[in-house]
Design a protein around this ligand. Structure first.
Ligand code: CU
Length: 373
């Protein structure tokens, strides 16, 4: 027993030593202006999609507040855990000492119920980032928010800005969702109406492809596994932002904080110009739509038109739902709808690929198919 303990101490010790040395090689941070935030994590009942459910909030909201800094500041963030379970916050994409990265049991101790952890680090970059819980499935139920860093000197021209935090919402307990997925049934595909009926499969002459799927213990082609009753932008399915006036150049800071949803983004006018990806500025390029994957961030600049408002729309990749915000006043310039993906064509294509590449390994180890990644 003692031996085991000694081994564990030996394994963990380097992490803490590393944290200490990283702190000391941070350079002189004493002169940096300090900016402080407090994030309070609570368990609360909220109604986001037609049902009151117990979830997790940060300072009483979902998503949590946007933390805003300027490059060169020293961030101090107190995370108060008022829940009855342990928690953690990971700062996605931020350059910081390993000890404050917030991955429990790996870099940072978990935040026990009733405890507060003080995160502190120098802000050495600029751009759009986010933070999220790294404990169990807490990110799915509300532990996430945006993290915005302004450069010392702004080089991009715009008048106003707006954070758009995208997410997916379930009224079920995430652990129950996980159990359902592990069962390997097609329950969620039926719920969200994206399963493909057999008569349609036969009509489209895809029965061979379907047999191929069944042989590999898969029900059929689908893009997403979970049924979500709602997709949200800043915690809502539809929001008006009338404070943006005609001619305003608005910088949209878009983050996909979904737990398992990739989205198509479309704009109803406004000359959308992509200026940044994952916190890094890019050569500005005009783009009418973009595909955003989980945890990615894109910044766009749009100009509010003279005679109406712009619709900004997200469509779940599997075609199971949308959400919108509107910028400006008057008649809406509608964002184009994204056509639903053709699942049967996908299935045929995958079956063909499978024959070419020969997925022997899968065929002889069918149990592997049930392992979650
Ligand atoms: Cu992350």
């Amino acid at each position: 027993m003692k031996k085991k303990l000694a081994i564990i101490v030996l394994l963990i010790a380097p992490l803490f030593i590393q944290a200490q040395t990283e702190k000391s090689v941070e350079g002189n941070v004493d002169n940096l202006p300090v900016k402080e935030y407090t994030l309070t994590l609570r368990q609360e009942k909220v109604n986001m999609a037609g049902k009151e459910v117990m979830v997790m909030t940060i300072n009483g909201s979902i998503p949590g507040p946007t933390l805003e800094f300027t490059e060169g500041e020293y961030a101090v963030v107190y995370v108060k855990n008022e829940m009855d379970v342990e928690s953690s916050i990971h700062w996605h994409g931020l350059l910081l000492p390993n000890f404050y990265d917030g991955v429990p049991y790996l870099t940072t101790p978990p935040i026990e119920p009733g405890h507060t952890l003080k995160y502190e680090f120098a802000i050495k970059q600029s751009g759009t980032y986010w933070y999220h819980g790294h404990t169990m499935l807490q990110e799915q139920v509300g532990i996430f928010g945006a993290f915005v860093i302004h450069p010392k000197q702004e080089t991009i021209e715009y008048d106003k800005e707006l954070v758009l935090m995208l997410s997916d919402w379930t009224n079920e307990k995430p652990m129950k969702v996980l159990r359902n997925l592990k069962r390997g049934t097609e329950w969620y595909n039926y719920r969200k109406g994206t399963s493909t009926p057999l008569n349609q499969v036969i009509k489209e002459k895809a029965l061979g492809a379907q047999f191929n799927f069944w042989k590999q213990r898969m029900e059929g082609a689908d893009i997403a596994d979970i049924y979500y009753p709602a997709f949200l932008i800043n915690g809502k399915q539809s929001t008006e932002y009338p404070e943006f006036k005609a001619g305003d150049k608005v910088r949209l800071r878009i983050v996909d904080g979904g737990a398992s949803t990739n989205f198509w983004i479309t704009f109803g006018g406004g000359n959308p110009t992509l200026i940044s990806a994952d916190g890094i500025d890019v050569v500005p390029v005009q783009k009418e739509n973009i595909f955003i994957a989980i945890a990615e961030a894109y910044d766009f600049i749009v100009t509010v038109p003279e005679n109406g408002k712009i619709e900004f729309k997200i469509s779940a990749q599997d075609g199971s739902g949308t959400a919108s915000v509107f910028l400006g006043n008057g008649t809406a310039f509608k964002a184009p709808s994204v056509p639903k993906p053709d699942k049967i064509a996908m299935m045929k294509k995958m079956a063909k690929m499978d024959m070419k590449m020969g997925a022997h390994a899968l065929k002889f180890k069918p149990k592997k198919m049930n392992v979650l990644r």
